[in-house]
Design a protein around this ligand. Structure first.
Ligand SMILES: Cc1ncc(COP(=O)(O)O)c(C=O)c1O
Length: 419
C-alpha cells in the first residue's frame, strides 16, 4: 500500500526531532484519494474490495489492504506509526538491527492484558511490580491466575529484590512494572533492571508501563526494555476525552502474538478515538513541559506546608528516587501524591473543598485532577497489600495540569485550610 514517496517520508520523519515526530510521523503516508491535511477519520467498520479476486488476495495476505476495522484501519494506523516513531525512533541509531512495532488498543487495560497474554501461557510465571494500577493488580492476581498464569510480585525499584526474585523464578517469561508507579511515584532503574534479570534469564521480556512518563520524558526501549505499554487515556490523549492504549515492542513474535489476541478478542480502538489520541500527541511535548514545571511547583509548596505529612514526587531533592529520575527521565512528571496530617478525614475534606482540582479519577489531562487511591483507583487491591506498598488511607493523588501554577497553589492552600 505504500509507494516510494511514503517510504521516503517514513524514513525522513525518523530523522526528525521528537517534537516534529509528534506532529508529523505516520501522517501523509500512503495517501488516500483525497489528500486531507488533517489525518482523515475512517469511521467505517468494513472496506470495499475492487473485485472478489482482490478480497481473496487481502484475506490470504498475498496483497496488503484494509479489510475490516477489527483487523486494521488507516486512522488507527497513523496513531500506531506515530507512537512507533516516538517510543522507538532513536533505536534506529542505537540498535539498527531491531524493528519496532506498535499496536493500538481500546484501553490501557486492553493493552496490558493483550501484552501479558501474548508473552505468557498457562503454566508460565510472570514477575509483576508490587505497586501497580489497581486493575493491573486485579488482572494479574485474579484473571491471569484463573487462566493458569502464575504472577509473583516484586518491588522493582529495589534491584536486590529483583535479583532474588529472578533467581527464585528463572523460568519467568516476563517482568512487568510501572515507572514511576501509580500512585507512589517510585522509580525503577530500567537499564539496571534489564541487566540484573538478563544475567539470570537472557530470554526474559522486560515490559514497562510508561503511562506516567510518556515517551517525551522516558523511552524504555532505548534503556533496554523489550515492550512498552501505555494508557493513552492519560497524557498521550491529554484532554480527558478518550480511553485507549498502546503497546510497542522490538520483537516480531510479541507483536504477532499480540495482534492475534487483538483480532480474536476485538480489543481495537474506534477510528474516532484513535484520531483523538493522535491529535493529543501533537501537543504532548508542550503539555508535558508545563505539567512537569507545575507539578514541581505544587510538590515544593506541599512539602513546605504544615498540614502535609509527606509528599511523594521524584522531582523533590528529598525523594529517594530523585537522582535516578534525573538520570532516566527528561523531567519528573505531572503526578504528585501526598499524605495530609489527620489522615483520611483530612484528605476527604481537602478533596471536597479544593477548587480548580476536579475530584475525579484518571490523570494526564490538561486540567488538574484530585483523587483518593485507597477508595478509588486502588480500591480493588486488598488493604494489606495496598498498605504494604504505601497506599495508605490518608494518601491523596493529584494530576497537575497546565493551569497557572500560582492558581493551583492558592487553591490547594485554601483547601488545606479547610482540611
Ligand atoms: C499506570 C496505568 N496503567 C494503566 C492504566 C489503565 O488504563 P485504562 O484506564 O486506559 O484502561 C491506568 C489507569 O489509570 C494507569 O494509571
Amino acid at each position: 500500500m505504500e509507494d516510494s514517496k511514503s517510504q521516503d517520508l517514513k524514513g525522513f520523519y525518523l530523522d526528525c526531532g521528537f517534537r516534529t515526530r509528534c506532529l508529523h510521523a505516520g501522517e501523509h503516508v500512503g495517501q488516500p484519494q483525497h489528500a486531507t491535511h488533517a489525518n482523515a477519520i475512517y469511521q467505517t467498520s468494513t472496506f470495499v474490495f475492487d473485485s472478489a479476486q482482490q478480497g481473496a488476495e487481502y484475506f490470504s495476505g498475498e496483497k496488503e489492504g484494509y479489510i475490516y476495522t477489527r483487523i486494521g484501519n488507516p486512522t488507527v494506523k497513523v496513531l500506531e506509526a506515530k507512537i512507533n516513531a516516538l517510543e522507538g525512533g532513536d533505536l534506529k541509531r542505537l540498535r539498527p538491527d531491531v524493528r519496532v512495532s506498535t499496536l493500538a488498543y481500546s484501553s490501557g487495560m486492553a493493552a496490558i492484558a493483550g501484552t501479558l497474554l501474548a508473552v505468557a501461557s498457562a503454566g508460565d510465571t510472570l514477575l509483576m511490580g508490587d505497586v501497580v494500577y489497581g486493575a493491573t493488580e486485579h488482572l494479574a492476581s485474579q484473571v491471569l491466575r484463573r487462566l493458569g498464569i502464575r504472577t509473583v510480585e516484586v518491588d522493582t525499584s529495589n534491584l536486590d529484590a529483583v535479583d532474588r526474585a529472578i533467581r527464585a523464578h528463572p523460568e519467568a517469561r516476563a517482568i512487568f512494572f510501572e515507572t514511576p508507579t501509580n500512585p507512589m511515584l517510585a522509580v525503577t532503574d530500567i537499564s539496571e533492571l534489564c541487566r540484573v534479570v538478563r544475567a539470570v534469564n537472557p530470554d526474559i521480556r522486560v515490559a514497562v508501563d510508561n503511562t506516567f512518563a510518556t515517551p517525551y520524558l522516558q523511552r524504555p526501549l532505548e534503556l533496554g526494555a523489550d515492550i512498552v505499554v501505555h494508557s493513552t487515556t492519560k497524557y498521550i490523549g491529554g484532554h480527558g476525552t478518550v480511553v485507549g492504549g498502546l503497546m510497542t515492542t522490538i520483537h516480531d513474535d510479541v507483536k504477532n502474538a499480540a495482534y492475534t489476541v487483538i483480532k480474536d478478542v476485538g480489543s481495537v480502538p474506534s477510528p474516532f478515538d484513535a484520531w483523538l489520541i493522535n491529535m493529543g500527541l501533537k501537543t504532548l511535548p508542550v503539555r508535558m513541559e508545563r505539567c512537569c514545571a507545575n507539578a514541581l511547583g505544587v510538590a515544593r509548596f506541599l512539602e513546605s506546608h504544615p498540614k502535609i505529612e509527606r509528599v511523594f514526587y521524584p522531582g523533590l531533592e528529598s525523594s529517594p528516587f530523585h537522582a535516578l529520575a534525573r538520570r532516566q527521565m527528561k523531567h519528573f512528571g505531572g503526578m504528585v501524591s501526598f499524605e495530609v496530617r489527620g489522615g483520611l478525614e483530612a484528605g476527604r475534606r481537602l478533596m471536597d473543598n479544593v477548587r480548580l482540582f476536579t475530584l475525579a479519577v484518571s490523570l494526564g489531562s490538561v486540567d488538574s485532577l484530585i483523587q483518593h487511591p485507597a477508595s478509588m483507583t486502588h480500591a480493588s487491591v486488598p488493604r494489606e497489600k495496598r498498605e504494604k506498598g504505601g497506599v495508605t488511607d490518608g494518601l491523596v493523588r493529584v494530576s497537575v495540569g497546565i493551569e497557572d501554577v500560582e492558581d493551583l497553589i492558592r487553591a490547594l492552600d485554601e483547601g488545606l485550610t479547610k482540611a
